[in-house]
Write a protein that binds this ligand. Structure first.
Ligand code: ZN
Length: 231
């Protein structure tokens, strides 16, 4: 009788130990899987993070809300930056901005862009970054658009325009964590020859994107390895 009780007790103890062992092994496996998953995510986030740079000087001349150039439709997610040229040699940033503004009365077409970069490098903002602009066809809904002025038919930008464009795009890449592939031409959206010089000269377009990321590397807003803002 006593032996039978002992055997039963041993059986129970064995079952409890087995359950604890399986439980422990399962817990360890779950921990390993979770740590791999978390580390992998951290690596991805670290690789993709674009360093912020200082915001360039921007003159805000926001358009009057109207359905032809500033419909006030929410821009909920920014997945790219689209570069354009005005296709109007010698025209100024302010002139192009006023053209968009006057569409509310002329009602000729639907057009606008978030920014216009002028012949002297001035940057005019026409549409807030929380709203869509009418510039890049089906990509209006998830991109920021930049029109650039140019002195002649070749569409080549003045050095001052180019410099401001680099700084503006660099700042936007940091703000929205966009990598090189997120900087596109109107040409990449619809095949339109815009911006002409960068369509005619693919190498100059690649060089432009490289210049943006060189600028980001050379002008970090924060000291590397610290959270302190630079003096
Ligand atoms: Zn365009």
């Amino acid at each position: 009788m006593a032996n039978r009780a002992k055997r039963q007790l041993n059986g129970v103890v064995r079952k409890v130990l087995l359950t604890i062992s399986i439980g422990t092994i399962l817990m360890i496996l779950i921990c390993i899987v979770l740590s791999i998953f978390v580390n992998k995510n951290e690596v991805v986030i670290n690789r993709k993070k674009i360093d912020p740079v200082e915001k360039p000087e921007i003159v805000e001349m926001l358009l009057t809300p109207n359905k032809y150039s500033r419909p006030q439709t929410e821009l909920s997610k920014v997945r790219g930056i689209v570069v354009h040229y005005t296709a109007n040699p010698g025209s100024t940033a302010e002139g192009n901005r006023n053209y968009f503004e006057n569409l509310k009365d002329k009602k000729a077409t639907y057009a606008s862009s978030h920014f216009v970069v002028g012949l002297d490098g001035e940057i005019i903002q026409c549409v807030p970054l929380t709203e869509i602009a009418y510039c890049s066809n089906h990509r209006n809904e998830d991109t920021i658009s930049i029109e650039c002025c140019h002195p002649d038919k070749s569409g080549k930008f003045e050095d001052a325009t180019y410099k401001s464009l680099v700084e503006l795009v660099a700042w936007l890449c940091g703000e929205y964590n966009l990598d090189k592939n997120r900087i596109i031409r109107h040409y990449d959206v619809t095949g339109k020859i815009c911006p002409k010089y960068f369509v005619d000269h693919e190498d100059k377009w690649e060089e432009f994107k490289k210049d943006v990321f060189t600028y980001i590397d050379e002008h970090p807003l924060y000291e590397k390895g610290s959270n302190e803002e630079k003096e």
